[in-house]
Design a protein. Structure first.
Length: 564
C-alpha cells in the first residue's frame, strides 16, 4: 500500500490553460464515481501489451473509532507498462493530444481533478539505456498554492537502478462526501464485476492474450488475501450471438420539415453475451466506444429488453459497436454526440455535418436483429407494442405524438396519457393563438372589393392549415365510417349484397340477422363497438348486450324483472 508524501525536489508545471474554466464549462465531472478508476485502468491497459503484463487495483481502507467499521483511504492502480518516459509525459502535459490514437485526447486526467484532492503517480521507465524514476502529482489545490495555472507538479527525474518498470497511480481524498461514501462501500468482488462489464468488449478481443488483472483489499495496511479477485480468460464469455447491421445516414429535406434517408450507411456490430445473474442483473444494451461500454443515451429506448425474462440461467448483455460511435466520443469519455430524429430536426442549425446517423435508426436496426434471434425478447416487445396500439385505439391517439412524447416498458397508462395530453395542450395552445390572430384580422377585409374573395380564402386556408392534421384525420375517419355503414345498411335493406343473391344450393337468407349484426353484432356486450348511433348516439355509451331474454337479464347480480 502506498501513502501520500509531501512534495519534494520538483516544480509546478504551468500550462496555458485555465483549468477552473475548463472544468466548469467544458469538461464537467462525470456522473459515475467509478469514472476516474476506469480512466486510470484504461491508461494501464493501453500501456501494457497483454499476456505477461500485470495490472493490480488496490482498495485501501483505514480503521475508524467504531469496531469493525473501516473508512476509505485510497485506491492504487499499478501496472507493468512502459511508464511515464519523456514521450508519454508530453501527452500528460498537452491537453487534447491525439497521438495516443483511438480518439484519446488526454482529457481523462480532468476527471482525476474533479473527484480527488490528490492523484499521486510514481513511474519507473527506461530511457537512453538507463532505468529512471519520476513522481507526478495532480491536484486542483495547486491552482492556489502555486500562484499560477498549474494543476501538475513534476518531480525531478532520477536514476533508479534495479527497479521494475511500471507505474503506480494513487487516488487520495475524495472531494465530495457522497463520492467518499460510495468508495467506502466499494469492495473487491463488486469492483471486479464493474470492471468486467465495463471492459467486456476489450476483454473479448484480447481473450487468450489478457493481462493478469487482480483486485485487492487492504484493511489498515493488512492485505485481506481472502477477498482477492482476478479477471482471467475463463471469466470472459464467448459471444452468444453476433450480427452486423447497416444503418443509413439521414439528411434534412429541401423544405426543412422532414428527413430523407441517404444511400450512405455505417456498419454496427451487435454481440450478445450470456452472463450469470450475480453479475448481470437484467438483460441490457450498451453502446461501446474505444473498446469500453457506454450507458445508452437518452433518445434510445431498449426498455423492452430490460423488461424481458431470463434467457436460460442468466441475462444477456448486448454490446453495440461501430467506428461511428468511437468517432462521436467526446472529451467526457463515453459521452457520445449522437442525436435523435427529434433533436436533429429541432436543432439542425447547430450541426456541421449535412448527414447524421440518428439514434432512432440505430435502435430500429438493432431491435429488428435482436428480436429475430431471441423469441422471449420478441414476445415482450410484441406485448408492449400491442398495449400501445390498444391505448392509441381506445383514446384515438396519434402514433406520431406518442413517438414524440416517448414511452417505455413499465410506464403506466396514466403516465403515457398525461404526457400525450400535455403535449397536445401545448400544441393546441400555440395553434389556437395563431387561429385567433387570423380571425381577429378579419376586420381588415372590405366586402365588395375586387380582392375580397381572394383575401378571405387566404385567411380560411391559413386557419384550415392550423387545424391539427390529427383532428382532420380523425374527423375524416369518423365521417367516412358512418357513411360506409349507412351505405351497407341501405344495400342490406335493398337486398343488393352479393351474399343475398339466392343460388340453388344456398340456404334461406336471414336478412333480419344481417341487419341485427350491422346495428349490434350478435353475442357482443360492447355497445361502443356497435352502430347503435343509427338509432340514437347516446346508446353507444350504455352498458348492454346484443341479445338476451328479458327474463334472464340482470343488473349486476340482481334480475331486471321481478319473478312472480
Amino acid at each position: 500500500m502506498y501513502t501520500y508524501k509531501e512534495l519534494r525536489n520538483g516544480n509546478y508545471y504551468e500550462q496555458d490553460i485555465s483549468y477552473s474554466t475548463l472544468m466548469k464549462k467544458h469538461i464537467k465531472k462525470h456522473s459515475s464515481y467509478l469514472q476516474p478508476i476506469f480512466e486510470a485502468i484504461s491508461n494501464s491497459l493501453e500501456a501494457t501489451n497483454g499476456l505477461g503484463d500485470r495490472i493490480t487495483i488496490r482498495l485501501n481502507f483505514s480503521k475508524t473509532t467504531y469496531k469493525g467499521v473501516f473508512d476509505f483511504s485510497s485506491i492504487d492502480i499499478i501496472d507493468t507498462g512502459t511508464g511515464f518516459n519523456d514521450k508519454n509525459l508530453s501527452r500528460l502535459k498537452c491537453l487534447y493530444d491525439e497521438s495516443k490514437g483511438q480518439n484519446n485526447l488526454g482529457t481523462g486526467r480532468v476527471q482525476y481533478l474533479h473527484f480527488f484532492h490528490n492523484t499521486d503517480i510514481y513511474s519507473v521507465f527506461e530511457e537512453d539505456g538507463k532505468t529512471m524514476k519520476r513522481r507526478i502529482v495532480l491536484s486542483k489545490k495547486f491552482l492556489a498554492s502555486s500562484q499560477n495555472r498549474a494543476v501538475i507538479w513534476l518531480g525531478d527525474k532520477i536514476e533508479e537502478k534495479d527497479a521494475s518498470i511500471g507505474t503506480v497511480l494513487s487516488f487520495y481524498g475524495p472531494i465530495d462526501e457522497n463520492d467518499k461514501t460510495k468508495y467506502t462501500g466499494l469492495r473487491a468482488q463488486q469492483l471486479k464485476e464493474y470492471i468486467l462489464v465495463h471492459y467486456l468488449s476489450r476483454f473479448c478481443l484480447k481473450k487468450g492474450n489478457l493481462q493478469e488483472i487482480k483486485i485487492e483489499q487492504y484493511m489498515n495496511g493488512v492485505h485481506d488475501t481472502v477477498n482477492d479477485c482476478y479477471i482471467k480468460d475463463e471469466d470472459i464469455p464467448n459471444a452468444d450471438y453476433t450480427d452486423i447491421v447497416k444503418v443509413p445516414y439521414s439528411k434534412i429535406s429541401m423544405d426543412g420539415k422532414s428527413l430523407i434517408k441517404s444511400s450512405k450507411t455505417e456498419s454496427f456490430e451487435i454481440k450478445s453475451f450470456r452472463l450469470p445473474a450475480s453479475i448481470q442483473k437484467k438483460n441490457e444494451v450498451k453502446l461501446t466506444s474505444k473498446y469500453e461500454t457506454v450507458d445508452v443515451s437518452s433518445g434510445i429506448d431498449f426498455s423492452f429488453i430490460y423488461d424481458s425474462p431470463k434467457i436460460g440461467n442468466g441475462y444477456l448483455l448486448f454490446l453495440i459497436s461501430s467506428s461511428y460511435l468511437t468517432n462521436r466520443d467526446t472529451d467526457l469519455r463515453g459521452n457520445l454526440q449522437i442525436y435523435s430524429r427529434k433533436d436533429y430536426l429541432k436543432n439542425r442549425g447547430l450541426f456541421t455535418s449535412d448527414e447524421e446517423i440518428l439514434v432512432d435508426d440505430i435502435q430500429e436496426k438493432t431491435t429488428n436483429s435482436i428480436t429475430k434471434q431471441y423469441e422471449p425478447i420478441k414476445k415482450t416487445k410484441e406485448n408492449f407494442d400491442n398495449k400501445i396500439d390498444e391505448l392509441a385505439e381506445i383514446f384515438s391517439l396519434d402514433r406520431d405524438v406518442l413517438n414524440n412524447v416517448g414511452y417505455k416498458v413499465g410506464d403506466t397508462d396514466q403516465e403515457i396519457l398525461k404526457r400525450v395530453y400535455q403535449y397536445d395542450a401545448e400544441v393546441s395552445a400555440k395553434q389556437d393563438a395563431n387561429i385567433k390572430a387570423i380571425i381577429d384580422s378579419i376586420d381588415e377585409l372590405i366586402p365588395g372589393t375586387k380582392d375580397f374573395n381572394r383575401k378571405l380564402n387566404t385567411k380560411i386556408k391559413k386557419v384550415t392549415e392550423l387545424v391539427p392534421q390529427f383532428n382532420r384525420a380523425e374527423l375524416t375517419k369518423y365521417v367516412t365510417k358512418r357513411k360506409v355503414v349507412l351505405e351497407l345498411m341501405q344495400k342490406t335493406i335493398d337486398k343488393k349484397l352479393t351474399c343475398q343473391q339466392k343460388t340453388k344450393k344456398q340456404k334461406k337468407i336471414n336478412n333480419e340477422q344481417f341487419l341485427h349484426n350491422i346495428l349490434f353484432n350478435q353475442h357482443s356486450e360492447n355497445p361502443l363497438d356497435s352502430n347503435l348511433w343509427m338509432i340514437n348516439d347516446d346508446f353507444i355509451h350504455f352498458q348492454g348486450t346484443s341479445e338476451s331474454e328479458l327474463r334472464n337479464l340482470k343488473i349486476g347480480e340482481e334480475s331486471f324483472l321481478e319473478k312472480t
